[in-house]
Design a protein around this ligand. Sequence first.
Ligand code: CO
Ligand code: ZN
Length: 326
Amino acid sequence: MFELLKKVLAPIGPSGLEGPVAEVIREEIKDYVDTIEVDALGNLIATKLGKAENPRKVMLSAHMDHIGYIVTGVEKEGFLRVTNVGGIGMNNSYNRHVVFAGGVNGVVVAQPVAGQPALKDLFVDIGAADREDALKMVSLGDVCVYAGECFRLGEHRVAAPAMDDRCACALLVKLLQTVGDTQDTIIAVFSVQEEVGCRGAKVASFAKEPDIGIALDVTGWGDTPGVTQPEIKLGEGIGVKVMDRASISNPELREALMAAGEKAGVKTQREVLPYGGTDAGAMQTSRAGIPVCTLSVPCRYVHSACEVIDMRDMDAGLKLLQAYFA
Ligand code: CO
Ligand code: ZN
């Protein structure tokens, strides 16, 4: 799973520009599904037909997009002004290495101001001599993301930018590769634009009309100094969501997923998140409504340049889903 995760983490894919991620995923899944399509927004949708006479349609959604900084202006000295694409925090915007799709490197910096710097006080230094030089390297509207290789942390953990939500993309790829024949039809959606409001999952669930929707995403953590909420610990199993700010999980579906975890002999954690949301929020209110739940990979330092997960939780999530579809 680690090798696959590395592959899926590698492409640069900010919200709205997920194509390179979709290409990598398509190669990995093409021999394991019945159809693959890309819709108008760029969602990669793979369908694996169920063997039941009237199979249920279960949509699994993991988002490909990553938060970033979009260029809004170029100063005459060559510094780029930016704003956020998705949930960029100021804490993670001080002297960070960022990279554009074309490979241009930058450092995002906050200029000194009276009081707390805001997004408008950020600039990206790309080493340009002046505005003209900068515009040879980037254009207005180009987006950069946190740069960085993924690396191991201790025996079980891995850190990388874009772990939200490429780790769940890798999990979904692995499920398709290993699940074999199922009674249910699996609609695997590698979605776009989650970080700017779950737009990809919204249109995909409308188009595919699933009977059940399960989002695969990261969640927060409560196991580092000074952080106790949510009550989620890395390495203690896959999270099964009860609620976040965008969805309330269907109780029967939630319990069915918990039971599948028990059947598989893996650890699960009930997850109540007092902030945030996932593609489940978009699926839940699609058409006449869809029962949803989210399986969550516990993740420290979400939306930073070093998002940390535990591979044992990935394994728990995979085995739970295999048992759910068995
Ligand atoms: Co996110
Ligand atoms: Zn996410």
